[in-house]
Design a protein around this ligand. Structure first.
Ligand SMILES: [Fe+2]
Ligand SMILES: [Fe+2]
Length: 320
């Protein structure tokens, strides 16, 4: 059987470390990647510069070495975030790219305990970075990717929702555990891993059966997390209630108003916003201002109005 590879961001490699996996380069989309650096070879500043000069954004790692890659990259994120000499651009980029790569793999193997733990650890770094530094929050929002994939969607939603949470639910001792809430935002759609991609990416309307399946993803998500012992009351509330609407027309339980957990109300706003501002194969993305107007005019009854107003202000402040 021929080897398969997965792309990794150049940003997830730290100079002067020795990656315990092979690095491959893709020269053309019609041929397989070729070996570039053997595992256990020092990754140097010169190598990084050369790759950048050649406009290389991604390298490839053989799939059978993925545990080595994820173990390494989770460690590198923590080191980069702690590094007082690393600029905030670098920190936010490393956290964003690494979390996205972990989430991509997690959607393929959603019951991997170790991958869920790595996803949690990495997003904790992002949430801490955002909680301690307004500039990091700003940079994170600008990094959000506008191509829609379930894994980048998960990271984007976490960024928007965490930024909103900082405004509406200040971090007071013993009150809101930003890290666990961030884990809930990141994992909110994990149940979609059980839904065929043909349904998730279907351009037109879903038929009854497809829609019935789609509406089960909150419960499936909760079940996955509980079966891997990664459930938590806060994470559960976000995963289970992020499609509930304030007017009681949401799913799975048709909860309304205060019956919906505040963290799930925050997630719902970030979720819809990201869905309509990213490119889908069947439509163009909406610019931020248009998206916020559509959310207000056409979906106003779905959202917590106070949170929505703060969400609008958040984007106003970004442009100041
Ligand atoms: Fe969802
Ligand atoms: Fe979502």
């Amino acid at each position: 059987m021929s080897e398969s590879y997965f792309p990794i961001s150049l940003h997830s490699l730290r100079v002067d470390t020795v990656p315990p996996f092979d690095l491959y380069l893709l020269h053309s989309s019609s041929s397989p990647p070729v070996l570039y650096r053997h595992k256990d070879t020092q990754f140097t500043e010169e190598v990084l510069e050369k790759l950048k000069q050649n406009d290389v954004q991604n390298l490839f790692v053989p799939r059978h070495q993925r545990e080595d890659y994820f173990g390494y990259s989770s460690k590198m994120v923590a080191e980069t975030v702690r590094d007082p000499d690393a600029p905030v651009e670098k920190k936010t980029r490393v956290v964003y790219d690494t979390t996205a790569t972990i989430m991509e793999d997690l959607f393929v193997s959603p019951r991997s305990n170790i991958r869920i733990q790595q996803a949690k650890d990495t997003i904790n770094q992002a949430v801490d970075l955002m909680a301690n530094d307004q500039e990091a929050t700003r940079k994170m929002i600008f990094l959000t990717c506008h191509d829609y994939y379930t894994y980048t969607h998960s990271v984007n939603v976490t960024i928007f929702a965490t930024a909103l949470m900082q405004k509406v639910l200040p971090h007071l001792p013993g009150e809101h555990n930003y890290q666990v809430i961030g884990e809930g935002f990141l994992l909110h759609d994990i149940g979609k891993s059980a839904i065929p991609p043909g349904v998730i990416n279907k351009p037109g309307k879903l038929d009854d059966e497809e829609w019935r399946l789609m509406r089960r993803h909150p419960q499936i998500g909760q079940e996955i997390l509980n079966s891997t012992r990664h459930g938590d009351p806060i994470i559960d509330a976000i995963v289970l209630q992020h499609h509930e609407k304030m007017n009681g027309q949401g799913y799975p339980h048709g909860l309304r108003d205060d019956e919906i957990h505040p963290y799930a109300r925050i997630c719902a706003l970030a979720d819809v916003f990201d869905a309509i501002t990213t490119v889908r194969s069947y439509r163009d993305p909406m610019p931020t201002a248009v998206a916020l107007k559509v959310m207000r005019d056409e979906m106003g009854e779905h959202f917590d109005w106070d949170y929505f107003n703060e969400f609008v202000k958040l984007f106003g402040e970004l442009n100041e």
